[in-house]
Design a protein around this ligand. Structure first.
Ligand code: GLN
Ligand code: ZN
Length: 746
């Protein structure tokens, strides 16, 4: 302590006010909100379908919030967050709270405006959506530019949650996305130039919350754990100096997570905020003399992984922090893990004992807070949390250069120019999902289920034949999910029954748990692909999920380097590619929508990751012969940081999102990343609206302006699983028509 005092520079002295005390010794930064049985998903979807009223939806939301607060308090958690609930997305909620609603959406009821931004309407495209840092959660991208007119700040939602919790007897800490992260995630010209205006909005929100008697507010700033320019760091200082100096405001907890604050730590520590939350799972124990006057919420329980917390490691971190007050917390929100491992009665007990989902993590936080408060020390020296990366395993190569392959494929496939295809899945009917549940429950035989799947394949092939697509797909009716399906058929994975995690809006995924060595007991997709191919003379694409994506969308073991885990999965997929090929399938798509997702947030770590990811993909695909066309699909088109990696995949054809972002991929700088076949999506499947022929023609025209026609493919942005057949048929018919007219114009 003395040593620390000596280091305190005079100018910091004034920053070291007595720490404002935090209401308790344990907290979480956020909690899942979709409902333990996806109640919110159902409520949202029936509201969207018009089967339920806005009041019904609100009642469902209120019920879930109450359940969450009662559960957290019941588990003994001291400080409860609020405003972590959302009907769609917390970034969108923050945009609404700041009055950053683009004028074109300002019509109708507040609900209509909100969901129009999130999902679009018949006449209006939604706002963009993209991945939240290195997670599989998608946020709605705010539009902030030089001309953005901010409406008045609207504290309504945050205040309502505070009051709702108070009525139940709980004082809470409302959570908002912080100003720097909000602006850095926004789309538009130099959003950070609008910092002043946005801070005006935060000032109004904070004043309203202070008037409500709120003591603490949490501002989430995960953007601060990535590399930031000096200008951005200056903005951090400016923002928190200004918010800190507000005369009427609650105490501020600025929450960082998903990594280490690095250079942003001094900016925060030297600002007049009262608390900082840090990620001690991925980051270092923060050291700064000014922390002596602050609350540090120590994120020792992971918000991202599902393994039980290493108690000794957590205690060692807690004891190493020098701060005014140390509060035990989670590293980030628990939004990204499922609710409750106790619900997983089907898991092997030995595996289940190693797992902690949200509820168990809250219990861990509470227990660690008790141990820490009673001075318990770790029993053994802390072990490094992550295994060291081992030397790269040699890649397997085999394919000829692209021009040689392209010629071999052209000879074999004889496709028209501008071939029309889809990304893989066709609409999944409720009947099919119900049938899977019945098989699981033992009330439907495998044989009956298979017959149903075959029927769906026949239907999908029939539709594609009738509409005149050029490369067909079987439609993936046998798959509950593109990752879970493979996990169920590979050794080394376990799958959960209720382990849902929100992906976007009402969409959830159930990440499998990759806990052991991965291997493939037998062919997985071959019989479906060959059945589909038997129904048509047109080529059917075999459809696989890539090793990076299977790994990224699973909760994975942390005792092996990521690269080795990906390579194990890659070898299983390589065997499947070989079996498809042997069965006569001429095109195999190996999807890697998650290629960018695991990209480390710090540039210094990115090359090693990308080398491993590309190595895994090539390991999976490089066994294919030259005349077998390898496709890949990425759900986005933002190639800036991963252009070289996309090229490195060496896929013959890559399909990407483009319609939703209005063809941004076709900007010269971006399109240069694609030196082989490219299918820039011309149909935004995230929204129920059907693109017109003219719209598709325009997007195709834009592609043909920058790419040689011989390399352009015509396809949707992504799979069609979430759409209905009427929407899909209408849209695909327009794609075929637009492609035909574009061919004529060549
Ligand atoms: N082939 C998958 C599908 O169409 C790809 C999904 C995805 O990119 N997320 O559903
Ligand atoms: Zn996709």
């Amino acid at each position: 302590q003395d040593a620390l005092d000596l280091q305190i520079r005079p100018e910091w002295k004034e920053l070291i006010v007595t720490a404002v005390s935090f209401p308790g010794t344990s907290t979480v930064l956020g909690y899942p909100r979709i409902g333990p049985r996806r109640e919110l998903k159902r409520a949202l979807e029936s509201y969207w379908e018009g089967a339920a009223s806005a009041d019904d939806l609100r009642a469902a939301g209120a019920g879930l919030r109450e359940q969450t607060w009662r559960r957290l308090a019941g588990l003994g958690l001291a400080a409860l967050p609020s405003n972590t609930f959302s009907y769609y997305d917390q970034v969108l909620d923050t945009a609404v709270a700041l009055g950053a609603v683009p004028a074109r959406y300002r019509a109708g009821t507040p609900e209509q405006t909100y969901f129009a931004m999130a999902r679009g309407t018949a006449g209006l495209a939604p706002l963009r959506m993209t991945k939240w840092f290195d997670t599989n959660y998608h946020y709605i991208v705010p539009e902030i530019g030089p001309d953005t007119e901010f409406g008045p700040a609207d504290p309504g939602k945050a205040l309502a949650e505070v009051r709702e919790a108070r009525a139940l007897g709980y004082e809470t800490r409302p959570v908002l996305v912080g100003p720097i992260t909000f602006l850095l995630l926004a789309q538009g010209t130099a959003p950070l130039d609008r910092l002043d205006d946005v801070l005006g909005g935060y000032a109004a929100l904070l004043a309203a919350l202070a008037d409500e008697g709120v003591d603490w507010v949490q501002l989430d700033e995960p953007a601060l754990v990535a590399d930031r320019t000096p200008a951005e760091l200056a903005a951090v200082r400016a923002a928190y100096d200004r918010l800190g100096a507000l005369p009427r405001r609650p105490a501020l907890l600025v929450a960082s997570y998903f990594g280490d604050l690095g250079e942003a730590l001094p900016a925060l520590a030297e600002s007049p905020i009262e608390g900082i939350a840090v990620d001690l799972v991925r980051g270092e124990v923060p050291r700064h003399p000014a922390l002596a006057g602050k609350v540090v919420v120590a994120g020792v329980v992971s918000g991202r992984e599902v393994w039980r917390t290493d108690r000794d490691r957590a205690l060692a971190s807690l004891h190493a922090i020098q701060a005014g007050q140390v509060v035990v917390g989670t590293a980030g929100s628990l939004l990204h893990v499922p609710y409750d491992v106790e619900a997983e009665t089907g898991l092997e007990p030995a595996l289940r004992d190693r797992l902690a989902f949200a509820e168990q993590k809250v219990a861990e936080v509470v227990e660690l807070a008790e141990l820490f408060a009673s001075g318990v020390r770790p029993q053994r020296a802390a072990v490094p949390s992550r295994p060291r990366e081992s030397a790269p395993v040699a890649e397997r190569e085999g394919r000829s250069p692209y021009p040689v392959r392209a010629a071999a494929q052209a000879g074999r496939l004889s496709l028209p120019v501008l071939p029309v295809t889809t990304i893989g899945s066709f609409p999944q009917t409720g009947e099919l999902r119900a049938a899977r549940a019945q098989v699981a429950a033992g009330t439907l035989t495998e044989a009956d289920y298979e017959a149903l799947v075959r029927g769906e394949i026949e239907h999908a092939i029939g539709v594609q034949e009738r509409l005149g697509l050029d490369v067909l797909v079987h439609g993936e009716p046998e798959r509950n999910d593109m990752v879970q399906y493979f996990a169920e058929h590979l050794d080394g994975f376990a799958v959960t029954r209720h382990g849902w995690v929100q992906s976007y809006g009402s969409r959830c995924t159930r990440p499998p748990i990759l806990h052991g060595d991965v291997s493939r007991p037998g062919p997985i997709t071959v019989r479906w692909a060959t059945y589909a191919q038997s129904l048509t003379a047109k080529p059917v694409k075999g459809m696989l999920t890539g090793p990076v994506t299977i790994t990224a969308w699973s909760f994975r073991r942390d005792d092996l380097p990521l690269r080795e885990v990906m390579y194990q999965v890659a070898d299983a997929i390589r065997a499947e590619v070989a079996d498809l090929e042997a069965a006569g399938i001429g095109i195999v798509q190996v999807d890697e929508p998650a290629l960018r997702e695991l990209l480390p947030l710090r540039r210094a770590d990115q090359d090693a990751y990308l080398a491993g990811a590309v190595g895994a993909y090539r390991r999976a695909t490089s066994g294919a012969g030259d005349s077998t066309q390898i496709h890949t699909h990425l759900c986005y088109s933002d190639a800036d940081q991963i252009a070289a990696a996309i090229d490195g995949l060496d896929a013959d054809v890559t399909s990407v999102e483009s319609a939703r972002s209005d063809g941004r991929i076709l900007a010269e700088s971006a399109v240069g990343a694609f030196t082989r076949g490219l299918g820039p999506g011309v149909y935004d499947i995230h929204s129920p609206r059907v693109p017109s022929v003219t719209e598709v023609e325009k997007l195709l025209g834009a592609a043909l302006a920058v790419l040689p026609a011989g390399r352009v493919w015509v396809n949707p942005d992504c799979g069609l699983k979430t759409r209905t057949y009427p929407q899909v048929e209408a849209a695909l018919a327009n794609l075929v028509t637009a492609a035909a007219s574009a061919r004529q114009a060549l």
